[in-house]
Design a protein around this ligand. Structure first.
Ligand code: MLT
Length: 405
């Protein structure tokens, strides 16, 4: 997926100023022409009128780099940066010639208004047109409004959808290798509420809230069914997706996770960690968790991975840490659900995982009808990051065998 279609526009003499080139004001008009042309090629220029709304420009900023002259053919690329409840943020780039010289860039925020000029919620079709066309260039993150929070999402590729749900206290970058390489699938890796670059409200955290956020994200992206891959807490969320949104799940990949709820002891430890997060912040959580999260081999041989995970934890907002700890403490037991899983399922566990060790993973896999299990040598609790190639290979083989919708 690559954003709205790019369009080519010829620069006319009357658009140029006394110096004979496009000035910033003229670029604003050129970008506007490009937007309408792109709509004409896609959903139609009457997209907004069909729904009784109008896209009012709230803010537009041109970054001017090089002049354009009469007769130049300028290629304009349009990407969506954010689809909000009532607004869209777009970025447009004007490029010229074989070298694709960047002439100017525009960031524009458009609010949908009704006939009285009031901001109005985005109709589903419009959200779908723009949301489903979010840019998916490597490493590019886009934000989606899913109700009371905005989620940061990496998405890449086309095909049936794979939703990659990270664990605690981590973020979507945990899945960077899988997002980059699982070709043939539309890979969607969000930051859960309270994690990474997503909103981190003070309250409202539970497994149900995480799962409902993700279901709304799928609505936004116009994705009906997905394979859900969840690591650890992401696995708890995957179980909740199965509990609450089963019709949308066409496969499960349960990575370094468990089905059991917290024991009384574990619940007490969650309370202690909530106090640590509140009083000492994310770095103190990182100090305590790093040795548990990463396997012995990784700690010895991959110091860059240790640092990467430390940074990931340290950028997690305290509200998100506290929220996730409470959500995990209060999560329901999912062991009773396992026998009901009637979609293809794969369990992956790091051989050195101390938090959800291989025997636990084997018991979980045995309780899911037909589930496959793979133990990954040299990996601890964060196997997709510690041994990315091995985990991606196992996932690719599993996905290959999933019946396509
Ligand atoms: C995780 O990796 O998501 C957490 O360690 C899970 C947990 O603490 O239960």
């Amino acid at each position: 997926m690559s954003g709205l279609p790019s369009v080519e526009i010829t620069v006319y003499p009357y658009e140029c100023d006394a110096y004979g080139h496009l000035n910033e004001a003229a670029f604003l008009q050129l970008f506007e022409r490009a937007r309408w042309d792109a709509l004409a090629r896609g959903p139609g220029q009457d997209l907004f009128q069909r729904h009784g709304v109008w896209p009012a420009v709230r803010r537009a900023e041109v970054d001017y780099h090089l002049p354009a002259f009469p007769g130049d053919v300028v290629r304009v690329e349009t990407e969506m940066e954010k689809v909000g409840r009532t607004s869209l943020t777009l970025r447009q780039r004007a490029l010229r010639g074989a070298g694709q010289l960047l002439l100017a860039e525009l960031q524009i925020v458009v609010v949908l208004i009704d006939r009285d000029g009031n901001a109005t919620p985005m109709p589903e079709e419009i959200a779908g047109v723009f949301g489903a066309r979010m840019s998916s260039r490597p490493g590019e993150m886009v934000r989606h409004d899913v109700g009371d929070v905005t989620l940061a999402v990496d998405s890449r590729g086309d095909g049936p959808a794979l939703l990659l749900v990270h664990g605690y206290p981590l973020d979507r970058t945990l899945w960077a290798h899988q997002v980059a390489t699982l070709a043939g699938w539309r890979r969607v890796a969000p930051d859960l509420r309270g994690a990474g670059a997503s909103d981190a409200p003070e309250g409202g955290y539970s497994m149900a809230a995480y799962a409902d956020d993700l279901a709304r994200l799928l609505d936004r992206l116009r994705i009906e069914r997905v394979v859900v891959a969840g690591l650890s807490m992401g696995g708890y969320v995957a179980f909740e997706m199965w509990r609450r949104h089963r019709q949308r799940v066409m496969g499960l990949v349960l990575v370094d996770t468990r089905a059991e709820a917290d024991s009384a002891d574990a619940r007490r430890r969650r309370e202690e960690m909530i106090t640590v997060a509140r009083t000492k912040g994310a770095p103190a959580i990182a100090e305590r968790m790093l040795p548990q999260l990463l396997g012995r081999s990784t700690r010895q041989a991959q110091p860059h991975v240790v640092e990467q995970v430390r940074e990931m934890i340290c950028r997690t907002p305290v509200a998100g840490l506290v929220g996730a700890l409470g959500a995990m403490r209060d999560r329901p037991d999912s062991t009773g659900l396992l026998a009901s899983i009637d979609v293809p399922a794969l369990v992956i566990v790091g051989e050195e995982d101390e938090l959800t060790p291989p025997p636990l993973a084997r018991a979980m896999a045995a309780a899911i009808p037909g589930a496959a299990i793979t133990a990954v040598p040299g990996a601890g609790h964060l196997s997709p990051l510690e041994e990315p190639t091995a985990v991606t290979r196992v996932m690719a083989a599993f996905l290959e065998a999933i019946p396509r919708p």
